[in-house]
Write a protein that binds this ligand. Sequence first.
Ligand SMILES: *Cc1c(COP(=O)(O)O)cnc(C)c1O
Length: 366
Amino acid sequence: MAARAPRSLIRPLVQQLHAYVPGEQPKIPGLIKLNTNENPYPPSPKVLAAVKAAVDGRLRLYPNPTASALREKLAKLHGFASENIIVGNGSDELLALATRTFVEPSSKLATGGSTVQFFSPSYSLYPVLAEIAGALTKAVPLNSDFSLPALSALPKLGWDFKAALSLITTPNAPSGRGFSTAELDALCAKSKGIVVLDEAYVDFARENAMALALKHPHVLVSRTFSKAYSLCFQRIGYFVGHADLIAALDKMRDSYNVNGLGQVAALATLDDLPHYRRNFRRIIATRDLVTAELTGLGWAVLPSQTNFILAKPPLFPAEEWLAKLRAMKLLVRWFKYPAVRDYLRITIGSEAEMKTFVRTARTLAK
Ligand SMILES: *Cc1c(COP(=O)(O)O)cnc(C)c1O
């Protein structure tokens, strides 16, 4: 390669940026992959057939620029209008779009820019998005059991009800803990800025907060086909909210942000929801079984409303467990930051995979 490109060509913000670190996607034969909360079961046969049937000469054409058929179907499903829905290249794209639409960078403004805030621990993409947006960033600690602090305690902890953008994962990751809709409603009611309720895992939960997206004109609910609908590969997520907010986001997005095969896959998914509801029940049953079995082996497993568990292993540190499990071809996720460094985050795999996991955990503890 040629000599290095001059650093000065790259914006200072980008030079200093701490990029998001996604979970590994290693190609190790026989590896059981429990590190990125993917669904262990494939998309339904009908979805696979629909995608295969769409792979022909039409790939030369641009896809529908507004994902209109998908938005209409989603609108029907949730009881909103299609003006209340924007589809993205995964919900990650929409989260980034929200920072571009609602957040003013601080560096260029004498008056100071906007604040982006979120709870800690939660989705580790949020601080990266805030940094990219040049926002003032606030990471506000959850209670030590990962519950939401009382509304009255939030300002003392640094939560700013006037923040331009608040990002809340519910149920939360990596804790797996669900927040009640009543609690979220109260928090939204007090907030002056935009609140995004990121419900990436909500299909595995008891409650959802979708109703808040139309109750409050400043609240957006984020959903994705990635986790519950086995479509990470296709990158389809959506926001639901007030038509004015959706129109603002729509101005900022790329013209063809949602790829054609993704639209086909998501539409076929919505035509086969009973299949997926069986899938959720199966994963929830496996989750509850693994929770009981690991608890029996001395692990401290937090109650989960998601397709993963956060669990504190016994006998040796979590980081050591990570390595020992990996040597046995079981890949889980460990986060270095203080609130969760004693825990492993374990995606719920198939029944067979989780049987192997529990058996291995038992063996390693001997
Ligand atoms: C996985 C995940 C997402 C990203 O979903 P995509 O639709 O695949 O981009 C968003 N938020 C949280 C909390 C997640 O865990």
